[in-house]
Design a protein around this ligand. Structure first.
Ligand code: PEP
Ligand code: MN
Length: 256
């Protein structure tokens, strides 16, 4: 497997080292930036629970054009202000390379499942020095995912973090099927960081604590979890967002 991906062979967990991650890389936050007050609230909550990374989407690539598309540049401004106020690190998705300049303050740039094979976007991000969180496409094989990651490295950026977020299968009791085999294979054969997103894998809140534990057991380097102060009111992905109390319990559970 190593020889198939020459550019991933010598990555040596670069991103985790450059971010100085001790233990698990834990990222949490709402699906989308909804407004300043709510984003600040969740940032303070995460900080008080020693979570260093807030993830919230300003640009949301939605399956339906009728759904909330995110606040766009205004959302990025909100994230910037929240960072200034709380000192929390920011993870947020990029969907259009023409906005790259607006991501200077962002600590980890996310490439979403729908853009995993957007090769011009990947190459542009490869020219930056930013850590890139590359989500697996829900219709892509492990091989396609790793080859997509190589597009970033090929331009000189070894700062990649893979994110398994579930794939489409015939199973319909969950939104996607969490493919923990991919995590096991990456950890067995490559030194590339990989984290798991149990939220989009499950699409439901009830099994997220269990999937989180399974991910860590299989060797994941971290987790990205959707958390909202009032999940029922979350504008997007409300069924899978954890409330603060459940998230706190999950943290306790995985840190045991
Ligand atoms: C998200 O992270 O909110 C998201 C849209 O995820 P994905 O790209 O994995 O569907
Ligand atoms: Mn989401």
């Amino acid at each position: 497997m190593q020889n198939k991906y020459p550019l991933l062979k010598n990555i040596n967990n670069h991103a985790l080292k450059s971010l100085n991650v001790q233990g698990l890389l834990l990222i949490a936050g709402p699906c989308a930036v909804e407004d300043y007050a709510k984003t600040l609230d969740v940032a303070k909550f995460l900080k008080s629970n020693n979570i260093e990374y807030l993830r919230a989407g300003a640009f949301k690539p939605r399956t339906s054009v009728h759904d909330f598309q995110g606040l766009g540049l205004e959302g990025l401004e909100i994230l910037k202000k929240v960072k200034e106020e709380t000192n929390i690190k920011i993870v947020t998705e990029i969907t259009d390379v023409s906005y790259l300049n607006a991501y200077d303050f962002v600590d980890i740039i996310q490439v979403g499942a729908r853009n995993m094979q957007n090769f011009s976007l990947l190459s542009a991000l490869g020219k930056t020095k930013k850590p890139i969180l590359l989500k697996r496409g829900f219709g892509n094989t492990l091989d396609e995912w790793l080859r997509a990651a190589e597009y970033i490295v090929a331009q000189g950026n070894p700062n990649i973090i893979l994110c398994e977020r579930g794939i489409k299968t015939f199973e319909n009791s969950t939104r996607n099927t969490l493919d923990i085999s991919s995590v096991a294979l990456i950890k067995e054969y490559l030194n590339v960081p990989v984290i798991v997103d149990p939220s989009h894998s499950a699409g439901r809140a009830d099994i997220i604590p269990a999937l989180s534990k399974a991910s860590i057991a299989v060797g994941a380097d971290g987790l990205i979890i959707e958390v909202h102060h009032n999940p029922k009111k979350s504008i997007s992905d409300s069924q899978q967002a954890l409330d603060y109390e459940t998230f706190k319990k999950l943290l306790k559970n995985i840190q045991e």
